[in-house]
Design a protein around this ligand. Structure first.
Ligand code: CS2
Length: 474
């Protein structure tokens, strides 16, 4: 089978780099780049994407080995019909790691054609770290790297207003655009950058709040041979995803014009206020994902579909959605029930294998954003605690022990979180472990031991989980 590159795929066209993308993961490649590729095909957008690998590990060499090319394979059932669609993505011009070539990375800021920065660094990615190093070596955090790049652009173009960029983050945190702007300003101050740079960021750089939705499980390792056969290329970066997609963006008219998704027939909505979309999606879809992961994983299940179709885990998650999450939301019951039923159907997509392990990444910050608001709101409205959501918190704490019934659990989180759990699990009793975790203000933004009855419930649920049957061999 032939290798995939621009020669074998006969791609000769080149386009100016209009987008810098922080992140090379499945989601960005299966959602954002797929959208940009369609924009190039159907409108006069005519731009390519330069991918920045935000962490000191990743797949950028693999991507460059295929000249930035890869396929997105969409499969699912929509309105009773099976949808299957393959697309060769050609909009990625290059990928680089600032850890290898920091100066080359900064020079991207000098490109006059550049218009957009798009990111997805998970819920843990947008935060200010005062310990982050300065400009001489690569900043660790994504906002630190972005600040350095913007500063290079600002100095190179002498603060020209029309060279300011539009920043479109996809992280699922509330007000992601505003948060990112504040974080960049914090870095600018921390590194003593001139105040006219801060003014340029404040007044000329557009930071959009956004909400993204598409389930992208990524590389289909079980069926890759058949897929490669069908594609006719030995593509090692295939991204598998569902056909459904929605991108809601709060932005001025000028951005909608420069990013003409409507003309391309894409489900991208430019709105004044995305709160209703966000609350519904993050609390129901992502909340269910994150609550389900540790519960189902400890039960020996490995994919979302398996979990939803399992009697015990399936009942757990449906009850959590309909009895504990939906009652905390203010949209109409009809709309919420419809959305939840659609989500359950999407979770059962027979064509994709969505590993619980991939959703497990950074589960602590995900729980805070996706599940905890439902726990606290339920408590406020009902004067009771949501048992199932707290069961999942207990399962999460157990999951972070790193092993369960003699098997390892695939914990994947920041070094700070991992270190904390390692110490917490060395305490003498489970009660003390739970107490330490719940009292961690950095995790939850509040001290959860202060919520009446919450600690006792989590201790009880955790004891229950520890008495469970051993995990089935997989
Ligand atoms: C998932 C999301 O991996 C995860 O954390 O919950 O990627 C989810 O599939 C998307 O947000 C769906 O829009």
């Amino acid at each position: 089978m032939q290798q995939l590159n621009r020669t074998t795929a006969q791609i000769t066209q080149t386009r100016p780099t209009k987008v810098i993308q922080f992140g090379e993961g499945n989601f960005l490649r299966g959602f954002v780049d797929w959208i940009i590729d369609i924009l190039n095909e159907k409108t006069d957008f005519n731009g390519s994407v330069e991918i920045i690998q935000p962490l000191d590990k990743g797949i950028y060499q693999l991507l460059n080995g295929q000249d930035g090319l890869y396929h997105v394979v969409l499969e699912g059932i929509q309105e009773g019909q099976t949808v299957q669609e393959n697309r060769l993505i050609t909009c990625v011009s290059n990928a680089l790691s600032p850890y290898d070539t920091y100066e080359q990375y900064l020079q991207l800021g000098e490109n006059p054609d550049l218009e957009f920065v798009i990111s997805n660094t998970t819920e843990a990615g947008i935060s200010f770290d005062p310990a982050d190093v300065g400009f001489d070596t690569t900043p660790n955090s994504f906002p630190g790297k972005l600040t350095a790049l913007l500063y290079r652009r600002f100095t190179h173009f002498a603060g020209a207003k029309d060279k300011a960029l539009t920043i479109i983050p996809c992280e699922l945190i509330e007000k992601n655009g505003e948060n990112l702007r504040e974080t960049v300003l914090q870095f600018a101050k921390h590194w003593n950058l001139p105040t006219d740079f801060a003014d340029w960021i404040q007044n000329n750089t557009i930071f959009c709040n956004t909400l993204v939705d598409r389930i992208v499980p990524g590389f289909p390792k079980d069926t890759i041979q058949e897929i490669q056969q069908e594609l006719g290329f030995a593509d090692n970066l295939v991204v598998k995803a569902e056909p459904f997609h929605l991108w809601v963006i709060e932005a001025p008219e000028s951005v909608a014009k420069a990013f003409p998704t409507e003309r391309a027939g894409l489900q991208v909505k430019f709105v004044d206020d995305l709160t209703p979309y966000r609350t519904r999606k993050v609390r129901i879809l992502n909340g269910a994902h994150t609550a389900l992961v540790p519960v189902a994983y400890l039960q020996g299940l490995r994919t979302v579909r398996e979990a939803v179709e399992d009697e015990k885990a399936g009942t757990f998650i449906k009850e959590a959605i309909f009895e504990e999450i939906i009652p905390t939301l203010d949209l109409s019951a009809e709309e919420l029930n419809q959305f939840a039923n659609d989500v359950i159907e999407r979770f059962q997509n027979p064509f994709i294998r969505h590993e619980l392990q991939s959703i497990a990444l950074n589960s602590v910050s995900k729980y805070k954003v996706r599940v905890l608001p439902s726990v606290l709101e339920y408590h406020k409205r009902k004067g009771q605690l949501p048992q199932r959501l707290l069961h999942s918190l207990a399962a999460l704490i157990l999951f972070y022990k790193g092993e369960y019934n003699g098997e390892q659990t695939p914990v994947n989180d920041t070094p700070e979180v991992l270190e904390f759990f390692q110490e917490a699990w060395q305490k003498d009793t489970v009660e003390e472990t739970v107490q330490a975790v719940l009292a961690n203000h950095d995790f939850w933004g509040t001290d959860l031991t202060q919520v009446a009855g919450l600690e006792a419930t989590v201790v009880k649920e955790l004891a229950f989980l520890q008495e469970q049957e051993p995990v089935k061999a997989v």
